[in-house]
Design a protein around this ligand. Sequence first.
Ligand code: ADP
Length: 211
Amino acid sequence: MSDDKTPAKFRTFLILGAPGSGKGTQGKVLGSIPRFHHLACGDVFRSLDTRTSLGQKFVEFSSRGELVPDDLTVQLWRANIKQRVDSHQFKPEIDFLVLDGIPRNVEQAKYMEADIEVLKVFHLSCPDRTELARRLRKRALKDNRFDDANESVIQNRFATYEAETKPILDHYIGDRIVDIDASQSPAKVLYDIIGSIMTLEAWREQEKLRI
Ligand code: ADP
């Protein structure tokens, strides 16, 4: 990052949850609010040309319900966020970053420590896997998501989430973690997230700027 107004690390909110918990929905809505910038790692992967070697790696791993290797993922993320900063889509000196889908394991969280200051981790919690699988099957039809269409891939993604992603909650342990009931309506989940953001000192500072 460059000039002196730019913070040393991106001020970041993480949205964490099992596949189908509504991370993308919440990320998109938050990202449409001025001074919030949303980045979904899955969308960055899906925008890759599948003829490139990275694009092929994405198809290979995601179609099995597995994570793309960490070094490739973090490199892609860094390149993508740099593009957004350089093109002034994301303005780190005045915008909060909302990340969904990354970091997706503790290793990625460690790699990204140099880049992001995590203000809050919104854990969209929904123990009812039947409800999540129902949402995924609905999304498979609507959004043409090949990784949502197959029952065994869905189950594997849940298992990957439990084994690799959930331990992130212990990594960021403390009052940064906010548990939110993801079985509520999208509007209520959003209300809970925004309510929590508004208690933050960083938010109050932002409000004073009146940009
Ligand atoms: P969902 O919202 O259902 O959890 P995503 O769109 O975030 O799904 O991700 C789809 C797939 O892309 C994942 O199953 C995984 O294979 C790959 N992927 C996305 N983000 C990451 C990441 N941070 N690390 C590794 N693989 C990832």
